[in-house]
Design a binder for this molecule. Structure first.
Ligand SMILES: Cc1cc2nc3c(=O)[nH]c(=O)nc-3n(C[C@H](O)[C@H](O)[C@H](O)COP(=O)(O)O)c2cc1C
Length: 336
């Protein structure tokens, strides 16, 4: 039987399936079930810096969660002002989750200011998180924003957080970067233990009756995985950092693809939201059966198997696939 254990940003995981950041992971029972179904780690929904109001976190913590049982690393919060119950609740969630499960619990942070990222990174570490994912979700909205400026900002952010916490650090990025391999390398050099490909930018729709902009969060489908597979395959082997794949993993076969392309782990949110946390067990069962059928003893042996070898990288690989795909469409539809 295949060995599903693996290592991601230095953390030992029971399997390469991670429950990606989503509201299911706010529930301790769900976290316990995910662990039972074999999931390697869970990433909590992001703590957004904007959700923080001025409130004494200590008082909130004490009132709503443990009475006087404040974990030692958080004792210093007694003197801190300026945190709301959002952040206090989040810290207590980490604390409770760590009591309930053995699998790594990765906190997620979406900050605005560098100072905010650093401050909360330290709090999350104090609360007992095993790792930290930086959810970088920044849209260049003005004409004076440059690609270089935005990339530099991300790199500086990673350097600053890296310097302020010892937690294993992942950075979840968007695909809208023109030279992705180089950017991922810069993040790796700045201290990211993992880079997660890719954030989904939720795109609002327009209601043509009311003539308003409407939020419209749709769950992902298989097709979104392709973009991740290409970039994981191209980047794998060129950087030190681990690669996490998020976006479009709906089945065990999809998880197989993510690892063959070069992902260290694959993550799931939409599939679990659609089918429930027990579906993680189905994904892993299919994944394990595939490994057995194909004779892979470990996940590591599969990782990057379909990533092009050095030298094959870049234009030859990309153009060859492009031409092949165009030709196969034309042939399939009897166009030529
Ligand atoms: C309802 C919902 C809430 C999410 N919340 C967060 C979040 O707080 N932070 C984050 O980094 N990603 C968040 N995500 C993104 C997921 O973690 C994941 O990266 C994305 O949905 C792509 O994976 P999937 O195709 O498996 O859904 C959320 C996704 C959904 C559907």
């Amino acid at each position: 039987m295949a060995d599903l254990t693996t290592t991601y940003m230095g953390l030992k995981l029971a399997s390469p399936l991670i429950a990606s950041s989503n509201p299911l992971n706010l529930d301790i029972e769900n976290l316990a079930s995910l662990e039972r179904f074999g999931v390697g780690a869970a990433i909590l929904p992001s703590l957004f810096e904007e959700q923080i109001d001025v409130e004494d976190v200590y008082e909130t913590y004490k009132r709503h969660y443990y009475g006087n049982a404040i974990p030692q690393p958080l004792q210093h919060l007694t003197t801190m002002q300026g945190y709301n119950k959002g952040s206090a609740g989040y810290l207590s969630l980490i604390f409770l989750a760590k009591q309930a499960v053995d699998m790594p619990i990765i906190a997620s942070l979406n900050g605005v200011s560098t100072e905010g990222w650093i401050r909360y990174a330290r709090l999350l570490e104090g609360a007992g998180a095993d790792g930290l994912e930086l959810n970088t979700y920044y849209l260049p909205t003005y004409t004076y924003h440059t690609s270089q400026g935005i990339e530099d900002q991300y790199v500086r952010l990673v350097e600053a957080v890296r310097a302020s916490t010892k937690l294993p650090l992942a950075v979840k990025i968007s695909p809208y970067i023109s030279a992705l391999p180089q950017f991922v390398k810069r993040l790796s050099d700045a201290g990211a233990d993992a880079v997660v490909l890719f954030n989904r930018f939720y795109q609002p729709d327009i209601d043509t009756v009311l003539e308003t902009v409407t939020p419209n969060l749709e769950l992902s489908t298989h097709t979104e995985l392709r973009l991740r597979l290409r970039w994981a395959a191209l980047i794998h082997g060129q950087v030190e950092t681990d690669l996490g794949i998020t976006g479009g993993i709906q089945s065990g076969q999809d998880l197989v693809k993510a690892i063959l392309a070069g992902g260290t782990v694959g993550m799931s949110a939409s599939a679990l939201l659609r089918s429930g946390v027990s579906y993680a067990g189905d994904i892993l069962e299919e994944f394990e059966q595939w490994m057995d059928r194909h004779g892979y003893p470990t996940v590591e042996a599969m990782c990057g198997k379909l990533s092009p070898r050095p030298g094959e990288k870049s234009t030859a690989f990309v153009r060859a696939n492009y031409i092949k795909e165009l030709r196969s469409y034309a042939e399939k539809h009897d166009i030529v």
